[in-house]
Design a protein around this ligand. Structure first.
Ligand SMILES: Nc1ncnc2c1ncn2[C@@H]1O[C@H](COP(=O)(O)OP(=O)(O)OP(=O)(O)O)[C@@H](O)[C@H]1O
Length: 293
């Protein structure tokens, strides 16, 4: 069971090239698709979810040709879109029961069993009679996952699910996703590097519609070993000079100071070795992509 994308491309009518020859193999488990705003993540998610068309390439999931056989894909798909909205005056139970009916669960008894199991799974059973409008951001997202899991999907797509969640809610949401992804393919799109570092066995970075790196997060970090160097800077002129002469990957704030990470085969003067992490992988991939553009 895997999702395969080959040469997927999309240009919007206004000429924006949102996807450019995207080729990825996404196996069972959690796959993180990282990229800055405008990279093309939502376009890709929505296309896989059959909500919009691509212009070229092929997309298959577990033997289903997604572009040709949309209905078959929808039968095995769960989707939590970026802008998942809820009816504020409806209770969690009534909303999920209604959505379950729309999904084709017509037999009342088994539908109620399924709704109960899902609300329990996402830890909202005790809140089932509360109106959705009173839910916190994290509760709404967990409800979003419950609706996405109706009908036991084999492919679950979640688009930027943790934006705006506080750390405790994020942690809870992560645990839920990790549990779900044991048996199915979960595609998580995000611009938050630590979501991918914490959760994903495989990942890709998308920039300007292209896959700029992909693989196992720890292996990608490993590839940067002894190639990332750090140094604190205080003045803007210093930073400008470094940016001109070296490959600056990232500038972070650490305890109120600016810490520069650069990529180089050997230590530039004044720099010491840094332990690379997934942020370095991400920013290095983005800086390579913007140089190539
Ligand atoms: N309907 C549309 N018509 C024209 N251009 C679009 C349309 N939807 C998206 N775009 C453009 O396509 C590019 C990719 O957008 P997309 O929303 O897929 O990126 P993203 O990585 O999901 O970003 P974000 O996190 O901001 O949603 C952007 O340049 C965006 O402005």
């Amino acid at each position: 069971m895997e999702l395969r994308l080959e040469g997927v491309s999309k240009t919007y009518p206004n000429g924006t090239r949102a996807l450019h020859d995207v080729t990825l193999t996404i196996p069972r488990g959690m796959f993180g698709l990282l990229g800055p705003n405008g990279a093309g993540k939502s376009t890709l998610m929505r296309s896989i979810a059959t909500l919009q068309e691509v212009d070229g390439g092929s997309m298959t999931f577990d033997g289903i040709d997604i572009r040709k056989d949309k209905d078959r894909l929808r039968d095995v798909l769960g989707f939590l879109p970026q802008d998942f909205g809820v009816y504020p005056k409806v209770t969690a139970w009534d909303m999920l029961d209604h959505l379950a009916q729309l999904k084709g669960l017509s037999q009342r008894r088994s539908r109620h069993d399924a709704v109960k199991a899902l609300l329990t799974k996402v830890n909202l059973w005790e809140h089932r009679d509360r109106r959705l409008g009173g839910f916190s951001g994290g509760m709404k997202q967990r409800f979003g996952i419950a609706q996405a899991l109706l009908g036991d999907p084999k492919l679950l797509i979640v688009d930027e699910p943790t934006a705006g969640l506080d750390p405790a809610e994020r942690f809870r949401f992560h645990n839920l996703l990790a549990e779900i992804s044991a048996d199915i393919v979960v595609l998580l799109s995000t611009h938050i590097v630590s979501d991918v570092a914490d959760l994903c066995q495989n990942m890709a970075v998308l920039a300007q519609g292209r896959v700029v790196t992909s693989g196992h997060p720890l292996r990608l970090v490993d590839e940067l070993k002894e190639r990332v160097w750090k140094r604190f800077v205080t003045k803007q002129e210093e930073l400008d000079a470094l940016t001109q002469n070296l490959t600056v990957i990232a500038v972070r704030r650490v305890a109120g100071q600016r810490l520069v990470h650069v990529h180089a085969e050997s230590a530039p003067e004044g720099f010491e070795p840094a332990n690379p992490d997934l942020e370095d992988v991400y920013f290095h991939a983005l800086s390579r992509a913007s140089k190539a553009a």
